[in-house]
Structures are given as structure tokens and as C-alpha cells.
Design a binder for this molecule. Structure first.
Ligand SMILES: Cc1cc2nc3c(=O)[nH]c(=O)nc-3n(C[C@H](O)[C@H](O)[C@H](O)COP(=O)(O)OP(=O)(O)OC[C@H]3O[C@@H](n4cnc5c(N)ncnc54)[C@H](O)[C@@H]3O)c2cc1C
Length: 195
């Protein structure tokens, strides 16, 4: 049982996973590595001058791994609501979580199967990216018609994760760090890397 299961490991899914894992929620990502990022070169991601999409992904994967995200290259074939949260099927095995973040790019099949409401062809979400199914979020290309950009997907994932964290903490949550935190986080990541 994870606190959060993320389906899809592009910018939306990895961003959601980064925020939840960094803030103490056990987080599992399943991804089939079909992300459009492998075709892209970014000149329009604020704060990053120019980067190959696959190189960006490599950094993002290392970043989430360093915060303890459990990542698996595997296809999720079904998702269901349960009494306690969600049951996700991967290779015939069931994995459970309290929260579900869908980040499957332009593929909306799992959201449809889960019973999420749609607005035309798009999964309907509120500003926190929560769908009509409580505690299920939809992020990135699946909630947008054509207006697809990596930085927007990453923002959607972050918004979903902060809402999950707000629910867990019982108050509006933000993930602010200051320069003094850098050393402590650096040591933590180095220690984990040594294990
Ligand atoms: C040629 C090209 C150039 C581009 N150039 C730019 C650019 O310059 N700047 C920019 O900002 N954006 C660019 N983009 C768009 C950018 O790549 C997308 O906006 C971004 O990748 C969307 O992120 P996402 O996380 O929503 O979805 P994706 O990156 O598509 O990730 C979805 C992931 O979910 C996985 N998945 C789907 N279904 C399942 C399942 N059932 N189980 C497990 N995993 C699943 C997929 O394999 C994939 O890895 C470009 C796209 C293309 C095609």
C-alpha cells in the first residue's frame, strides 16, 4: 500500500511524485516510457536555457529517485476505486494507494475507466487537478486540448501533489525551502545514496 500511486512518468507524473515523496508520502510511479519528452528539445522551460528532452527526463528521474520515489517501468492496465482508495493492476498484480494521480499524456483511457467526468474529450478537473472521483487527480496533456507544454504538465503535477499534501496535513500546504535547507537536503541525499 502506497500513499500515492502515479500513473505516467513524464513531466506531470514525475513532478507530482517529487512533491509527495519529498514531503513524506510513500509514492510509486508506473510508467511505460512513451513520454513525448523523448522527441522534444526544450528552450521554453523557465530557468533552463536549453536541454534535450531525454536528458531532462534523466535528471528528473534521478531527482525523484533521490527523494525515495519507487519507480517501475510497467503498464497500468486498470484502475478501480476501493473503500480505502484505489486498486491499480500491473502485470496481473494489484497495488493499492490512498491517492491516485493520472499523468498518462494524451491517453485518457484509465480516467474514463475509473468513471471520471469529462468535459468533451478532456478529463474534467478543478484548479487542484482533482477529478470528479474524490482523491483521484488528472494532470498534464490529458486535461488539455493541444496546449501541451512540459512546464504546464510539471505545474499540474505539483498542484495535484500540494492538494494531496493539504488533505493529509489538514491545512493549505506549500513546499518552501530556504538556502539554509540546501546543506541539510544535500547531506540527506548523499547519505541515502551511500546506502
Ligand atoms: C516533437 C515534440 C516536440 C515537443 N517540444 C516541446 C518543447 O519544445 N517544449 C515543451 O514544453 N513541450 C514540448 N513538447 C510537448 C511535451 O513533450 C509534452 O507537453 C509533455 O511531455 C507532456 O507531459 P505529460 O507528463 O503530460 O505526458 P507525457 O510526457 O506524454 O508522459 C505520459 C507518460 O505516461 C505513460 N503512460 C501512458 N499510459 C500509461 C499506462 N497505462 N501505464 C503506465 N504508463 C503510462 C507514457 O508512456 C508516458 O511516459 C513536444 C512534444 C513533441 C511530440
Amino acid at each position: 500500500m502506497s500513499d500515492v500511486i502515479v500513473v505516467g512518468g513524464g513531466p506531470a507524473g514525475l513532478s507530482a511524485a517529487l512533491f509527495t515523496a519529498k514531503n513524506g508520502l510513500s509514492t510509486t510511479v508506473f510508467d511505460t516510457d512513451g513520454t513525448w519528452m523523448h522527441k522534444a528539445h526544450l528552450f521554453n522551460y523557465l530557468g533552463i536555457g536549453s536541454v534535450d528532452g531525454s536528458a531532462f527526463l534523466e535528471t528528473a528521474r534521478a531527482q525523484v529517485d533521490s527523494f525515495g520515489v519507487e519507480r517501475h517501468e510497467a503498464e497500468v492496465t486498470s484502475v478501480e476505486r476501493t473503500d480505502d482508495g484505489f486498486a491499480v493492476t500491473v502485470d496481473g498484480e494489484t497495488h493499492e494507494s490512498a491517492y491516485l494521480v493520472l499523468a498518462t499524456g494524451a491517453n485518457r483511457d484509465l480516467a474514463e475507466a475509473l468513471g471520471c467526468a469529462f468535459d468533451g474529450d478532456l478529463v474534467a478537473v478543478d484548479v487542484t487537478m482533482e477529478t470528479s472521483v474524490e482523491d483521484a487527480y488528472a494532470t498534464g496533456a490529458m486535461v488539455r486540448a493541444e496546449e501541451w507544454q512540459a512546464v504546464i504538465s510539471a505545474g499540474d503535477g505539483a498542484a495535484a501533489a500540494l492538494n494531496v499534501l493539504s488533505k493529509e496535513r489538514g491545512d493549505h500546504y506549500h513546499d518552501f525551502d530556504v538556502p539554509a535547507d540546501a546543506e541539510a537536503v544535500g547531506e540527506l541525499l548523499t547519505d541515502e545514496g551511500d546506502e
